[in-house]
Design a protein around this ligand. Structure first.
Ligand code: SF4
Length: 352
């Protein structure tokens, strides 16, 4: 405790004891406490609030209260169990009670505590650790990631969009595009899916008929990704596609930007119709879907794939298929009715 002018910094918890107050009174020094019922004036809470704002709230726009709940809870867990804290010698608060780290990670945290480094280094370590904590193969994958060379012709380009469901709530993540390539990958001939980013699509304008090659990493968890390969680099176009695009579905032109898909909205598309008719169509999409069964426990998840159509409502190939059910807590389930797709596309005319 350090007197500053007439008022010492009385916000520290240890300065709240009655004995200290008596001692200060004896010295004729007044104290300044935080306002009752204002925990945010506590410097620890202020620090936490600042980090929450800087690392999460300033970077994410929440579409629904549920989405905010799930994402903030996920960040809270990360904050408590993964994120290094400088005051704890670059360990997370829950480290000692909950997780036993492998010796090599302990060694790295020890090094950091003696020699604090840039934030990027700390986050590199935390991502290795989160791979360990989550029981995933992330740490192994980041250490041994080997790119596979592929080459071939584009048979289809579709958006790469993830869907997060929690009962009747939906949240989409627009990640890029999936190229269906007819060619050879890692020396094996066949058809395979390559994930590419939005910027790559802006640069190359991928479309059916292009001949190209590149390098990609096999995805670690095929449940969570439509494409079999991602982290694509070294793209080389060896032949551009022919002029013109199809007007009749399935439609083959250059897919629009992701904002267009977002603003158009989608309707449920029957999985068999997708396989038989919509695979080459730029308006079709097969999404990996994560389902949060219990919104108070975001670790309880299930995964599946769902197919959707962003195309014109008048498409003669369209079939909605059976209504989809989303499992919830205690054996409950939500059935997504046709009106969900109708509402999502109600701003479009029948030919749009
Ligand atoms: S139903 Fe949709 S995805 Fe399928 S061909 Fe028609 S517009 Fe394309």
């Amino acid at each position: 405790m350090r007197p500053v002018g007439k008022h010492p910094q009385g916000q520290r918890p240890r300065a709240h004891g009655e004995e200290v107050q008596g001692w200060l009174a004896g010295l004729g020094v007044q104290t300044q406490f935080i306002t009752p019922g204002s925990p945010w004036e506590n410097r620890y809470i202020e620090s936490f609030n600042g980090k929450l704002r800087f690392e999460l709230l300033n970077r994410v726009i929440f579409d629904t209260p549920l989405e905010a709940q799930v994402i903030i809870e996920s960040w809270r867990r990360h904050y408590l169990t993964v994120r290094p804290h400088s005051t704890l010698r670059w360990r997370p608060p829950a480290h000692s009670q909950v997780f036993q780290l492998p010796p090599q990670i302990e060694y790295l945290f020890g090094r950091l505590s003696q020699e604090p480094r840039r934030f990027s280094e700390i986050y590199r370590l935390s991502s290795i650790w989160s791979g360990h904590v989550g029981g995933t193969r992330m740490a192994k994958a980041s250490a041994n990631e080997e790119k596979v060379a592929w080459t071939g012709n584009i048979a289809a380009v579709q958006p790469r969009i993830r869907l997060l469901r929690s009962f009747d709530q939906r949240h989409h993540s627009y990640q890029g595009y999936a190229l269906r390539i007819d060619g050879a990958c890692g020396g094996q001939a066949g058809e395979f899916l390559i994930a590419v980013g939005n910027s790559a699509h802006e640069k190359y304008q991928f479309c059916v008929g292009m001949q190209l090659s590149g390098l990609s990493v096999p995805v670690a968890d095929p449940q969570r990704e439509t494409a079999a390969f991602f982290k694509t680099s070294g793209i080389k176009i060896s032949r551009e596609a022919g002029a013109g695009s199809d007007i009749a579905p399935p439609i083959h032109g250059v897919p629009p930007n992701l904002d267009t898909y977002r603003s158009r909205g989608h309707r449920r598309l029957d999985a068999r119709t997708y396989e038989s008719s919509c695979l080459p169509c730029l308006w079709g999409c097969r999404m990996p879907v994560g389902m949060i069964i219990d919104q108070w426990d975001s670790s309880q998840k299930r995964y599946r794939f769902e197919t959707f159509c962003y195309g014109p409502k008048s498409c003669p190939l369209y079939r909605a298929g059976a209504a989809r059910r989303v499992p919830g807590r205690n054996g409950m389930s939500y059935t997504e009715e046709d009106r969900v797709g109708e509402e999502a596309t109600s701003h479009r005319g029948p030919e749009d």
